[in-house]
Every structure is written in C-alpha cells, then in structure tokens.
Design a protein around this ligand. Structure first.
Ligand code: PHE
Length: 437
C-alpha cells in the first residue's frame, strides 16, 4: 500500500482539527448538553476534556508518530506478536457505526442548505420550523436520499486519496464558519428572553447532574475529539518529528472545545427566547437555528452560508471516518483504494438506511459508539503507553522536536493512573445509571 500524505506536514494538524471539528461540536454537543442539564454538564465536560480526553489525544498522536504507520500497523509494529492491534479492529467497527448515523445528520444539513437556498426556511413561524424538522427526520425519502448524496460525496473524496483540494478549501472555509458562528452568537444573546438561555449554559445546577450525565460528558468529549478509535493515531503518523506533539494536541483540543462552546452560546439563548425545549434531543439545532436566521438582516444568505459550511465541516469529519474503514479493507484484502471505498461506502449505506428509517437504530448507534465503544478503545490506548511503550520511549517521542515537554510528568501520571481508572469508574457508573433509568 503506497503511503499517502498531506501537502504539508502542518497539514496533518489541520487535518486532525478537521476531523475533530464537525457535527459533534455544532449538532451533538448542544443536544447532549441540553438533555443533561446545561451548565453543570459543561463544567464536567471541561474537566473531562482536560484530564481525560487531552491525555488520550496526546497518547494517540505519540503512538501514531512513533510508529509512522496507520493505527493497525502502528500497534503491530510497536508491539509485535501481541494483541494490542485489536484496538484497531474496534476502531474500524466504531468508524463504521459512527459513519452510519453521521451521514444521516450530514444529509439533514445538506437538505437544510438546499431548503434555505430555495427560500423554504425563510419567514417560517416557530411552530412551522419545528414541524419542518419533524417532517424532515421522519420522511424516509428525504433522509435516505440526502444521506446517500453526502455519502456519495464522502466516498468520491476518499476514493481519490487524502485530498489536497479539500484540505486547502477547509483551511479557508473553517475560519469563515467560525466567524459566522460568532455573528450568530451575537444575535442569539441579544434576543429578547436570551438571558435564561445564557444562565442555562453558564450557571450550574449540580442537582441536575445524574450518573448518566457524567457518562454522556465523557462520551461526548471522545466523540468530539475523534479519539478512542485510532483515527488520531493515524493522523499522528503524519505529524512531522519537528512538530511539538503536546502543543499540537492542545491546539486541536482547544479549537474543538471553543467551537462547541460557541455552538452552545448560539443555540441556548435562542432556544429559551423562542420557548424551544432544550432537552428535546437530536433535532435541537435544526429547530433552533432557522429562528435566529429569521431574526437577522440578510438572514437567508447567512442561513445558506451557515448550513453549507456545516456541510463542509461534516465532510472533513466523515472523510476521516470512512478512511478508517477503507484503510482496513485495503490492508486486509489487498484491494485498490477505489474498490475498497466502494465496498465500505456500500456497507455504510446499508446501515445508514437503517438509521434513516428508524430513530431507535439511530439513537442506539449514536449512544453505543460515543458512550461505549470510544471509551473502551481509549481505555486500551492509554494502557498501551505505560504498560507497553514505557516512560522513556514515550518521553523521547514527545521531545523528539528538540524541546522539553514540561508537563510530561503530569501527562504520564494521568495516563498511567487517572485516565484508565476514571474511564472504568464513569463507565460503570453510567451503565448503572442507564439501567436504573
Ligand atoms: N469528531 C467528529 C465530530 O465532532 C466526529 C468523529 C468521531 C470523527 C470519531 C472521526 C472519528 O463531528
């Protein structure tokens, strides 16, 4: 299999950020936060990001760069003859499960781009906006067709190899998306009745923090950073030895968190201003945003641009997901990239249709991947650091660029003791919470 790379080594970090920032930040984060009580959840999320998710991201980068190989081969080459490479298999399964429902939400986003471009989202009443989403999510034809279109675009890009075009476009388009988010935030927080939404997001009420909220916060942190399934290990293998690994990981995590936070600041003030239930689930962003756009000058233009840029953000993430499956099929069966992409996309299409037609399957895929598969994957990835690589080799990797990693001791302590124990504990606690409703 020929090695494919990015146009520049710095491109590897941009690509990792492209994988991280996506629907997870703008669609999933607000809906999960809304269901789990708001500000207290946000606080726990920040804590988990810093103490659990960031060390996992650093570990994935370090493993990938040390081996210089994609996830499966990375574990095989760093620990020959051992079973660590099974992490790669669970990653493939996970990429597959996430892709299936991710494409459905990407499809809704593309459909909303089309609807706003044709003026069909303009001047709808709040009730009509809500009905529009219910209609979209429950119409099998809309869901399946738009999901397939998004999957087709993803497949097209993946079939051509890590694409320089997408990389260059997204480097320009993602900052534009960020600017638009800020503009929409400003409008949202200045709506009449926004204050309640701001306090929902910022003043914590710890009585709302249930065991399953901790579980959800952890799953969301992993989902949002694309960690726990080896994607970031593979991206790590593209990072140059000259780059500072720890600060690269920190930048990716910061960008990712910042965008999710802004998404919250955009959604909740508006949701409260319009009397929308913040805990309603996966439809939250779609029933909220059109209402703000309707309150803005040049609202239609902003709406088209916003949904379009969200499609691009979703695309860079779904490319990274499909790529995992394609790499696996290529290296296991020796197929060419095009054939492997076609087979992967066909399988994702099959399960994507199931997620389009049944909200039970959709929810199951969403929860099982983020809350179960990713934490389990992350658990084994962090164990690999102290128990297989060992302190000296890991430290060498972090300091390969010639500088010192001042917080290495903290990172190593977290990775060896805190992260695995915390994952297990939160996991058990969450399952207990789930079972007991
Ligand atoms: N992190 C991506 C997002 O936030 C989703 C994703 C998860 C992508 C896991 C790759 C791997 O949208």
């Amino acid at each position: 299999m020929e090695k494919e790379g990015f146009s520049s080594r710095a491109g590897a970090i941009a690509a990792a950020a492209g994988s991280a920032v996506g629907l997870g930040n703008i669609w999933r984060f607000p809906y999960v936060l809304g269901q789990n009580g708001g500000a207290a959840f946000l606080l726990v999320y920040v804590l988990f990001m810093l103490l659990i998710a960031l060390p996992v991201l650093m570990s994935e980068f370090a493993i990938g760069r040390k081996a210089g190989l994609p996830v499966l081969d990375a574990f095989k080459s760093l620990a020959p003859g051992k079973k660590w490479y099974l992490i790669g298999f669970s990653g493939v399964l996970c990429a597959f499960v996430i892709s299936s429902f991710y494409q459905v939400v990407s499809g809704w986003t593309l459909f909303y781009t089309y609807m706003s471009a044709t003026g069909q989202l303009s001047s709808l009443s709040e009730q009509e906006v809500e009905t529009m989403f219910q209609h979209t999510a429950s119409d099998p034809v809309i869901c399946v067709i738009w999901m397939l279109v998004m999957l087709g675009i993803t497949g097209f890009v993946v079939a051509r190899g890590v694409d320089k075009g997408i990389e260059q476009y997204s480097k320009i388009l993602m900052p534009v998306l960020l600017v638009l988010i800020v503009v929409v935030c400003v409008r949202s927080v200045s709506l009449d009745g926004a204050a309640e939404g701001i306090s929902f997001l910022l003043s914590p009420d710890f009585s709302k923090l249930t065991p399953s909220a901790l579980f959800e916060a952890l799953g969301q942190a992993f989902f949002s950073l694309s960690i726990g399934m080896g994607t970031m290990t593979t991206y790590g293998s593209y990072i140059s030895k000259k780059q500072n690994l720890s600060s690269s990981a920190m930048s990716v995590a910061m960008i990712d968190f910042f965008i999710a936070f802004l998404a919250g600041l955009m959604i909740f003030p508006c949701a409260f201003a319009f009397g929308i239930n913040p805990g309603q689930g996966p439809g939250l962003v779609f029933v909220t945003l059109p209402n703000i756009f309707n309150q803005m000058p040049m609202g239609q233009l902003i709406s088209v641009a916003f949904f379009f840029l969200l499609v691009v953000a979703a695309l860079t993430s779904s490319i990274s997901l499909l790529e995992v499956v394609v790499t696996f099929i290529r290296s296991s069966f020796g197929f060419k990239r095009k054939k492997a992409t076609f087979i992967s996309a066909a399988c994702v299409a099959f399960f994507g249709v199931a997620c389009s037609l049944s909200s039970t399957v959709f929810d199951l895929f969403d929860k099982v991947s983020a809350n179960i598969l990713l934490p389990l994957g992350a658990f084994f990835i962090v164990l690999f650091i102290p128990y297989e690589l060992g302190k000296k080799r890991v430290c060498e990797e972090f300091e390969a660029h010639g500088g010192k990693f001042k917080l290495f001791g903290v990172y190593y302590f977290l990775t060896k003791y805190i992260v695995p124990v915390a994952i297990l504990f939160i996991f058990a606690y969450g399952i207990y919470g789930w079972i007991n409703g």
